[in-house]
Ligand binder design. Sequence first.
Ligand SMILES: [Zn+2]
Length: 146
Amino acid sequence: MHEHPVKIARLFHWEMGHRLPFHDGGCANIHGHSYRMWVEVEGICDENGMLIDYGDLKKAIQPLLDPLDHAFLCAESDVTMREFLEAQRFKFVLVPFHSTAENISAYLVENIWSVLEPFSRITGVSIKLHETDNSYSLAGKSRPPA
Ligand SMILES: [Zn+2]
């Protein structure tokens, strides 16, 4: 019962503020979400039937999320927010994109893949990022064929 492709998943969560300065409606205002992210990892099990220890998965991914927790995700182009956050010395992370769910999930999957790639049994990762209970964004990345 090994050497077959499997998928396992783990749930992560953090609290984060953001805004979409280009938005016509409510999203232009400063607000936040309880982000929840399912990380699905795909690959081949070892002889014991394990792809990766859930603890190791957490150890690899959590350091990517700690800087975001109780922080403000700020687009580099959002000068109003940037100056305010810097002046007040609030916790924030600058990113070169608007903090839409689509962009955040694309950014996170790149970073998550970079920490999972060294695990040779892992062939791909996909994430499902919930901003709210009834909406999510998907992104994925897999190892190029050898
Ligand atoms: Zn929002």
